[in-house]
Design a protein around this ligand. Structure first.
Ligand code: SD4
Length: 319
């Protein structure tokens, strides 16, 4: 049986590269997801996931994460958790619970503490600088505080045909305290059913939730769409509906994978990237374009990859 793993954004590629070795050694999809997402959470230069994630409007890092097992449909999720190193691991552990599997705020913190998860101050000096800079720019230039975000969302298929999905994010930069996006919400930020496939989303949570977009993609795949057809249709339909009913649509980007290891990707923005690997494909980063409402993608060039690394690691300057 084939294995495969796909994730939103370039930032997932190191995690995926590590998880590939486990999938090759017949590790369960859920373990591969936890391993790969933890690696994204731990890297301080990814400023929208885990350690180094950007704070809310009060300067506090509040993290959302979720995990779903595609064999049992078990779900675990946390929202607004503070100062725990790996929210994905807390979410995965919660998926063992029959009840109380989605915890928020201090309830999530207490659960994580009682279950021995590692506490770490997740607000880095670099994130503080981003915050100060944004406060200054917002006052001086009237910028939207919500610009800029990247959630990691992932789906894996293992050699036994089992599937799992996970998400992890610090949500929107400068979000209101207590704000929860789509990422920990089942059906919106993620969904997986090993009998069909899985999907995960990134973008403006408030809009992604209006279409329950991850569930919608899995539903379309179940009805016979290929992953690419399902992703295109779900993003196009939601984008159109939002424009028709509300005059604007936020960023909507998705990746999906069926239980044969075939993947699909769609976005309504330019510049969405994703990372994918299968038993016959080395970990690869692709960059998407949206041309006349259709998503196309190509392998990220070395120039693009170099510019990315430079951008995320360069010093933060105040003009
Ligand atoms: C949220 N969807 O909290 C997340 C943010 C995100 O890419 O995905 N950014 O709304």
């Amino acid at each position: 049986m084939k294995w495969a793993i796909i994730a939103t954004w370039r930032m997932a590629v190191e995690g995926i590269t590590k998880a590939c070795k486990s999938l090759e050694d017949k590790a369960p999809a859920g373990d591969a997801i936890e391993e790969a997402i933890s690696m994204v959470e731990d890297y301080p230069f990814y400023k929208s996931v885990g350690y180094g994630g950007l704070p809310n409007e009060n300067g506090e890092v509040e993290l959302d994460a979720a995990y779903m097992d595609g064999d049992t449909l078990s779900i675990g999720a946390v929202a607004g958790i503070r100062d725990f190193k790996n929210p994905i691991s807390v979410a995965k552990k919660l998926s063992d619970e029959r009840f109380n599997c989605f915890l928020v705020g201090t309830g999530a913190d207490e659960y994580a503490h009682k279950n021995g998860f590692e506490r770490v101050n997740m607000l880095t000096d670099r994130a503080k600088m981003h915050y100060k800079k944004r406060v200054k720019e917002t006052v001086e230039k009237g910028l939207s505080p919500y610009d800029g975000h990247d959630t990691v969302g992932m789906i894996a298929l293992d050699a036994n045909g089992s599937m799992a999905s996970g998400t992890s994010t610090s949500g929107l930069f400068m979000k209101r305290k207590g704000r929860v996006g789509d990422s920990p919400v089942c059906g919106s930020g993620f969904y997986v059913d090993s009998e069909v496939g899985g999907a995960t989303a990134t973008g403006l949570g408030e809009d992604l939730m209006k279409g329950c977009i991850s569930y919608e993609i899995v539903r379309l795949m179940k009805e016979g769409c290929t992953p690419q057809e399902a992703a295109d249709k779900a993003v196009e339909d939601l984008n159109e509906k939002l424009i028709k009913k509300r005059k604007k649509a936020g960023d909507l980007s998705v990746v999906c994978l069926n239980n044969k290891g075939e993947f699909g990707v769609a976005t309504n923005i330019d510049g969405f990237s994703f990372s994918v690997a299968t038993d016959s494909k080395e970990p690869t980063v692709y960059v998407c374009k949206n041309v006349d409402g259709k998503t196309t993608y190509e392998v990220a060039s070395q120039e693009w990859l170099d510019a990315y690394t430079k951008r995320i690691t360069s010093p933060i300057t105040f003009d």
